[in-house]
Design a binder for this molecule. Structure first.
Ligand code: 6GU
Length: 220
């Protein structure tokens, strides 16, 4: 899979790309990630990329030309252009799975008041990461990169993907490691029993209990 990120703040992505599982996925050739500065595509003086909105109102609006040229520099037939915007569809694990099957995604990050509406003619999908407002699309794009790359086959083990939160609309079961007793708090006896059937039943019922307690809204 190839991910091209179009942004005005390229350095924000250094930490994502140089860390842990994402870095390993890049090194293993499972994903190629390119960070592209939209400003490099501005033909205006001082590399201007934004201007005041027609009709008035506050803030600055990203202009068509640098963004069109940046998208056109990377877009091919099978590319999916995804715009990061608080007015997009809310991202979730199902969308992460869908995105992980695309061959090429282009993540378009904006700042300021927003994008000139005409940029949307080049966009396949508008995505938000939740009902709150951030100053730009870089953190949302990082969230998408992280959640999508870990789902690419061979990036992390099938075993860890199988029972994790949200894959079957249940939250995860609680886990424990050594020591068996810590400050008087004991590991549940069933986990020490070696009885795999009982352990599986315990984990299933814990997942149900925890989901009911914390996220009744996702229980089917
Ligand atoms: Cl994609 N962008 C911005 N600016 N804020 C957000 C968002 C995106 N998703 C949630 N809040």
């Amino acid at each position: 899979m190839k991910i091209d990120v179009l942004t005005l703040f390229p350095s924000i992505f250094n930490i994502i790309i140089e860390s842990s599982i994402i870095k390993r996925a890049i090194d293993k050739g499972k994903v190629e990630i390119n960070i592209i500065n939209i400003r490099d595509f501005s033909d205006y003086s001082n590399s201007q990329v934004d201007d005041t909105p027609y009709g008035g109102g506050g803030g600055m609006v990203l202009m068509c030309d640098p963004v069109f040229k940046a998208i056109e520099s990377v877009k091919v037939d099978n590319s999916k252009v995804i715009m990061m915007t608080p007015s997009g569809s809310v991202f979730n694990q199902k969308l992460a799975y869908d995105f992980s099957k695309f061959e090429h995604i282009i993540l378009l990050c904006g700042h300021y008041e927003g994008f000139d509406e005409r940029i949307k003619t080049l966009v396949d999908l508008e995505v938000s990461i939740g009902d709150y407002v951030l100053t730009g699309g870089e953190l949302p794009a990082s969230v998408i990169i992280d959640s999508v790359v870990r789902l690419i086959p061979g990036v992390i083990s099938e075993e860890s993907l199988k029972s994790e939160s949200f894959t079957d609309s249940l939250l995860d079961y609680p886990v424990y490691t050594k020591p068996r007793v810590y400050r008087g708090m004991e590991v549940p006896e069933v986990l020490l029993s070696g009885d795999h059937k009982r352990i599986e039943e315990y984990r299933k019922s814990e997942r149900l209990r925890i989901t009911r307690e914390k996220r009744a809204d996702i229980l089917k």
